[in-house]
Design a binder for this molecule. Structure first.
Ligand SMILES: Cc1cc2nc3c(=O)[nH]c(=O)nc-3n(C[C@H](O)[C@H](O)[C@H](O)COP(=O)(O)OP(=O)(O)OC[C@H]3O[C@@H](n4cnc5c(N)ncnc54)[C@H](O)[C@@H]3O)c2cc1C
Length: 502
C-alpha cells in the first residue's frame, strides 16, 4: 500500500466510528456515549426502581449536552450545590446546551416517574436544586447574555449567573435589577423575586421580566409574555420553578450611569442600637435611588462584633450627603468604605472567594416598616459564638417594588419595605445541631414582627405554609399547577401542590 493510501484509510476508519487504542486519539474523538448498565432511581412516591440501560442510552443519544451518571466523570462536581451541607445523589444528571435537551430530559423524567431538580446558580440554601434518586437538570452549560440596546432588552439563557447580566448590560449603559452576589443564578432569583441594589428604582428582578420560554412538565416549550400564554407569564413571576424550566428570559433594561456611590460603613457594636433605630425610622422614606442594607454581626473566631450599612446610591451625587444626614448623629464610623464606584464592581463586592467553605442557614420574614420594639429583640437575642458567623440583616425593599399591585404577578407581598434575615454560617466539619437550635430559637422571637417570607430564602419546614404566604394569589397558582404540572414533577421549589395532591 502506498503511504498516501494508508493515511487515507486510517482517517476513513476513524470517521466510520472505529476506536483506536491510542489515548491521544480517544481524547480527541468523544465518540458515542455508551451507557453500560441499568440505573437505580426513585419513583415520584419514593419507591426504588430500575431504569433499563436501553432507555438511558436513548436519552444519552438524544442530547447535544452531557448525561452524567453516578461513578462517571463529571458527576461528582455537577451534583454539588453552594451549601456544602447538602449531599444528594441524583440518579442521573443532564447538562443541556439548549431548550431541546431540556425537553428531552423532562420527557424522560415524565416517562420514568422521576422527580426533577433544576440547578442554575445552585444558591438555594436548603438544596432545592438537587435531589436523591431523581433527574437533575444542571443548566451550568447553558449560560449566555445578549443585549439589544435599541429595544432595551436582555436575552438571558436559563443557566446564567447575575454577574454576566450586570456586566453585559452596564457595558451598554443599561441595567436591570439583580441580587447582591454575582455568582447567584438568574433562574432561581428571577422566578422567585429578585431584591437588589436598584430594586427600589426598577422593581424586583421578576417585575422586569418581559417574556420567558418555559419547558413544562409535558415537555412542551412555550413562550410566555403579556400577549402569549399570559397566565403562565403571571405564574412564572413569583411562582419559582413550579411550572417548568425557564430556558430563556427577556428582561427590560433601564438607562443608568456606571458610577454610583456605594460601599460599607462599619460601626462598633456600642453604636448598634442607635444605628438600627435610625435605620428603622429613616430607611422606609429614602428616595428610590437610595438602597441601604443594615446589619449587626459577630464574625467567627471571637473578634468584636460590628454594625454596618451597605449602600448603593444611584441618584444625583450632590444629594447623597443630604439623604445620609440622619446617620451623622452616630459620629465617625470605624471604617468608611463608601466611595464613587463602578456599579458592576460593587455588585461583585459581596462574592465569596470560596463559596463552599461554609454551611449556611437562613431565616427570613418580610416587614412593612420596622417597629422600634423589634430593635430591642434583635440586639438582645443576637449571640456571638466563635465557631460561626452570626448576623442579623435587613435587605432594603420598598420604592418601585411597592408600586406593583399584589395580583399583577404571583409575588404578592408588595407591602415589603425590608426583608429581615438571620444568617448563620459555620464550617462543614462543625456540629450543626447547636447552631440550628440557636437560629430557630432566636428567629422565634423575631418572626412575630414579620408578615410572610421570601420563598427564595426558605427553609424546608416553612414551605408547608405556601397557602398563607401567597395570600390572595394562592388559588390562581394552584389552577396553573393543575394545568402545567398536574403530577408535580417540579416539586423542588416553593411548592404549589396540584389540587389532586393538596
Ligand atoms: C449568597 C447569596 C446571596 C443572595 N442574595 C440575594 C439577593 O441579593 N437578592 C435576592 O432576591 N435573593 C438573594 N439570594 C437568594 C436567591 O434569590 C435564591 O437563593 C435563589 O433561589 C438563587 O437562585 P439560583 O439559580 O442560584 O438557585 P438554584 O439553587 O440553582 O435554584 C433555586 C430554585 O430555583 C429553581 N430554578 C433555578 N433555575 C431555574 C430555571 N431556569 N427555571 C425554573 N426554575 C429554576 C430551582 O429549581 C430551585 O427550586 C441570595 C442567596 C445566596 C446564597
Amino acid at each position: 500500500m502506498h503511504r498516501r493510501q494508508f493515511v487515507g484509510a486510517g482517517v476513513g476508519l476513524l470517521l466510520a466510528g472505529y476506536t483506536l487504542p491510542s489515548r491521544a486519539l480517544t481524547a480527541v474523538y468523544a465518540g458515542l456515549q455508551s451507557v453500560d448498565s441499568d440505573i437505580q432511581a426513585l419513583t415520584l412516591d419514593d419507591r426504588q426502581q430500575i431504569i433499563p440501560r436501553a432507555a438511558v442510552q436513548e436519552l444519552a443519544d438524544s442530547l447535544r449536552g452531557r448525561l452524567l451518571l453516578p461513578g462517571k466523570t463529571g458527576y461528582e462536581l455537577a451534583r454539588q450545590v453552594l451549601n456544602p451541607a447538602i449531599d444528594k445523589h441524583p440518579a442521573l444528571i443532564v447538562q443541556p446546551t439548549g431548550p431541546a435537551d431540556v425537553q428531552s430530559a423532562v420527557q424522560f423524567a415524565g416517562a420514568n416517574n422521576l422527580v426533577i431538580a433544576v440547578k442554575c446558580g445552585g444558591h438555594s440554601f436548603s438544596g432545592k436544586s438537587t435531589c436523591d434518586g431523581g433527574l437533575l437538570i444542571d443548566l451550568s452549560r447553558y449560560r449566555n447574555v445578549h443585549v439589544d440596546s435599541e429595544r432595551r432588552l436582555a436575552y438571558v439563557t436559563g443557566g446564567s449567573l447575575l454577574g454576566a447580566l450586570d456586566h453585559e448590560t452596564l457595558a451598554r449603559g443599561l441595567v436591570t435589577t439583580a441580587g447582591t452576589v454575582s455568582h447567584t443564578g438568574v433562574g432561581g432569583l428571577a422566578t422567585g423575586g429578585g431584591f437588589g441594589r436598584v430594586g427600589r428604582r426598577f422593581g424586583l428582578a421578576l417585575d422586569n421580566i418581559h417574556a420567558v420560554d418555559v419547558v413544562g412538565a409535558d415537555g412542551q416549550l412555550r413562550h410566555a409574555s403579556a400577549e402569549e400564554n399570559p397566565d403562565l407569564y403571571w405564574g412564572v413571576r413569583g411562582g419559582g420553578g413550579n411550572f417548568g424550566v425557564v430556558t430563556n428570559f427577556e428582561f427590560h433594561l433601564h438607562p443608568m450611569q456606571r458610577k454610583v456611590i456605594g460601599g460599607k460603613l462599619m460601626y462598633s457594636m456600642d453604636k448598634a442600637r442607635a444605628l438600627l433605630e435610625t435605620y428603622a425610622e429613616h430607611s422606609p422614606r429614602m428616595p428610590d435611588e437610595m438602597y441601604i442594607d443594615c446589619g449587626v454581626a459577630y464574625p467567627p473566631g471571637g473578634s468584636a462584633g460590628f454594625a454596618n450599612l451597605d449602600i448603593c446610591y444611584s441618584g444625583p451625587p450632590a444629594d447623597y450627603e443630604k439623604y445620609m444626614r440622619p446617620f451623622a448623629s452616630l459620629g465617625e464610623p470605624l471604617q468608611n468604605g463608601v466611595r464613587e464606584v463602578d456599579y458592576v464592581a460593587l455588585q461583585r463586592s459581596g462574592d465569596f472567594s470560596d463559596p463552599r467553605a461554609m454551611v449556611s442557614y437562613v431565616k427570613d420574614g418580610f416587614l412593612d416598616g420596622i417597629p422600634q420594639a423589634m430593635v430591642n429583640d434583635i440586639l438582645e437575642g443576637l449571640e456571638a459564638d466563635p465557631g460561626r458567623f452570626t448576623q442579623f440583616y435587613f435587605q432594603h425593599a420598598g420604592g418601585a417594588i411597592g408600586r406593583v399591585e399584589p395580583g399583577d404577578t404571583a409575588f404578592v407581598q408588595r407591602y415589603v419595605t425590608h426583608d429581615a434575615m438571620v444568617i448563620l454560617a459555620w464550617p462543614p466539619t462543625a456540629d450543626s445541631d447547636k447552631h440550628v437550635a440557636y437560629i430557630r430559637d432566636y428567629w422565634g422571637q423575631l418572626e412575630p414582627y414579620t408578615r410572610g417570607f421570601y420563598t427564595n430564602v426558605e427553609d424546608s419546614a416553612r414551605l408547608v405554609q405556601m397557602q398563607s404566604n401567597f395570600e390572595g394569589n394562592f388559588q390562581r397558582l394552584v389552577s396553573l399547577k393543575d394545568r402545567y404540572d398536574p403530577r408535580n414533577l417540579f416539586r423542588l421549589n416553593a411548592n404549589i401542590k396540584p389540587s389532586a395532591m393538596g
